[in-house]
Design a protein around this ligand. Sequence first.
Ligand code: CTP
Length: 489
Amino acid sequence: MASITIRNLDETTKQRLRERAARNGRSMEEEVRLLLDGLETSATSPAPADSAAPDRAMPTLVSASTGGGSATIEGFPAAGKRVLLIISGGIAAYKSLDLIRRLVERGVEVRPLMTAAAQEFITPLTAGALAASKVFTDLFDREDEQDVGHIRLARDCDMIVVAPATADLMAKMACGIANDLASTVLLATNKPVLVAPAMNPAMWNHPATRRNVETLRNDGVAFIGPFSGEMAERNEAGKGRMAEPMQIVERIGEMLDTRPKTLKGRRVVVTSGPTHEPIDPVRYIANRSSGKQGHAIAKALADLGAEVILVSGPVGIPDPAGVETVHVQTARDMLKAVETALPADIAVMVAAVADWRSKGEASEKMKKEDGKGPSHLELTENPDILKTIGHHENRPQIVVGFAAETHNVETHARAKLKRKGADWIVANDVSPDSGIGGSAGGVMGGDANRVKIISAEAVEEWPELSKHDVAVRLAARIAAELAKRQSTA
Ligand code: CTP
């Protein structure tokens, strides 16, 4: 749909869009989609006061066709690993510069290798500057051979990524031809190889390319893309666009993820964010929850191999990668979605559910009547999701709740533990003057949290940590508890 819109634009607008997309390392369709998303968000649903704008450092996350990933900078699974990035000659080579930047900012060491044709599109100087690395270009470079050598280059890395991969390079790979540095390294390697093809749709659909792709897949080569969309050539569209840099980053993260999958085979339901309770067609009751903590927990549990269903209220952050996200507005919808997700092994209820909703939503906008003063808003109680799940006939083995408190944190949390039938309550002080997160204004909407894990037996105090670190620690703690229960069962 987006490509039709683009084709109908006048040349000047198209050029502006092209430049903007190139600057941001996105395709033109993704740029349009993000612009439209931005317009719709600001026009229809003003974000809660504190709701964080998506991390500026990773704007293309929303655009990943995997459903909006979250190859977060913090704790990227491939951090500290080395990727040999082979750039072959195609117009998509400019995107590989963005790929380098995004990998480097996630702690990945990138060694660029450029074919002669790639150097017609981008310079080794740019690739080298972004990677802070030497760029390898020539098979018979005496200096390179003494320095690293093509065999070592092929093996002295954790994986090889070919982006963009031309039809020509893929043909060489499929036939085992080794007549330049890129093809020689690809023949000599014993490491996993990920290929991101980019070519004209006619070339991608040609029987020769189809055969080569089949051969490479059988040889164990992994592919990402190509995807459909508008080509760099005028009036050309179809399948052949290289995957977006962030999609490639996410796949690299998955391929190099060696963390133990202690929750493999486990099903988890997580709630996150606020709920919006309508008053009339334009007003609603909400709270300051940003969803950051709940989303981070969902992601951390998925990173341990769990199948995670995240039931999220309206938030301004992207869906985490590798997690099935169900979007809801109200507490009643959230409860329905959570019950639908059962049976599950674990439930972590992080959402800041609105305790009350308006009794009878007005079907028309409520009008003020001059001189009559404010209208009376009658409230009724919402279902308590945690309490329902804590006492459910399909109760998960481990039920974890949160307690957002502004005073007497531990006492209130203990009462909640009992009342709601939870195994643990993660208690946090959400008062704006808690001092948590420095001057950032507290836990709600901020990036830091200081929690106490309260169970029937003990209270465990954790230091102030980033929400990401709280999530990782909590996920590991849940996995250990599940394993303990299994061994004593
Ligand atoms: N919770 C829920 N459904 C509700 C209210 C809360 O599932 N209707 C869950 C939250 O997700 C959290 C826990 O209950 O895991 C505690 O939420 P909190 O807002 O701290 O407590 P409340 O139950 O709302 O009690 P109070 O407002 O009196 O502190």
